[in-house]
Design a protein around this ligand. Structure first.
Ligand code: ATP
Length: 234
């Protein structure tokens, strides 16, 4: 479904990704693990076309994404749920949801999409008039996911959705992402909760210093000596 092939990415003169290649299959949960600064967010930002690879290509089916502008990426059904949620804190829950359906494709289905999000997350329905900035951390992450769903994603990319949440909520947010996947949305997930995400994913890649160093099923990586030592402290 998504093929990232040999990309090099820079922030001005500073190279942060070297020859990165991986693919995401339709229907799966694909996880990128890696330490702080490994380049995981940069990968997602490049797929969203916020950054352009200096070398290599990114294809989504037949479409070459690295030639498109960010708003065109969304029209193809790729939705990015950014690190730190980036909600409009002075707007209500429902207004935030509407902001997720501004692209042409999603606008037409807005009423059905809102109903769908409220069915999935009844808590958001209860709080639909509340300002987003006054929600708890877990509710804000739920809203960020709901807003992403409003864009009618085929591929949803999550950048550290559990950041700053208490352990119980981390589990809740990850199971919500599992539910989104069961509804037919392909998931690309960047996370630092390595054990939990490797357990829930189909496949994973490990990124170290801007390079892909390992690839395998979640189970295989959980048993891998390097992963156990470097990420799980075992
Ligand atoms: P984290 O888990 O800490 O978010 P990450 O794996 O997502 O880490 P990135 O945010 O992709 O890592 O950063 C990769 C490298 O690029 C880091 O060395 C970081 O300092 C650098 N970097 C990120 N954003 C910028 C920027 N806007 N300008 C310059 N360098 C940047």
């Amino acid at each position: 479904m998504l093929t990232v092939q040999n990309i090099d990415v820079f922030y001005s003169d500073l190279q942060v990704l070297w020859d990165v290649s991986f693919h995401v299959r339709e229907g799966e949960i694909l996880v990128l693990i890696g330490a702080n600064g490994a380049g995981k967010s940069t990968v997602i930002r490049t797929i969203s076309s916020l950054l352009k690879p200096r070398k290599g290509s990114i294809r989504f089916g037949e479409v070459q994404l690295d030639r498109l502008a960010p708003h065109q990426i969304i029209e193809h059904g790729i939705v990015h749920v950014p690190e730190g949620r980036r909600l409009f804190s002075e707007m209500s829950v429902e207004e935030n949801l509407f902001m997720g359906s501004l692209c042409r494709r999603a606008k037409a289905q807005r009423p059905e999409s809102v109903a769908h999000v409220y069915r999935l997350f009844p808590r958001l329905l209860e709080r639909r008039k509340q300002m987003a900035g006054t929600l708890s951390g877990g509710e804000q992450q739920m809203l960020a996911i709901g807003r992403g769903l409003m864009g009618l994603p085929r591929l949803m990319m999550f950048d550290e959705p559990s950041l700053g949440l208490a352990p119980l909520l981390v589990q809740e947010i990850l199971s919500m992402i599992g539910r989104v996947n069961e509804e037919g949305v392909t998931v690309l997930l960047v996370e630092q909760n390595v054990t939990q995400t490797l357990r829930m994913c189909h496949r994973a890649y490990a990124l170290e210093n801007g390079r892909v160093v390992l690839e395998g099923t979640g189970d295989a990586l959980l048993k891998n000596d390097h992963v156990r030592e470097a990420y799980l402290g075992l």
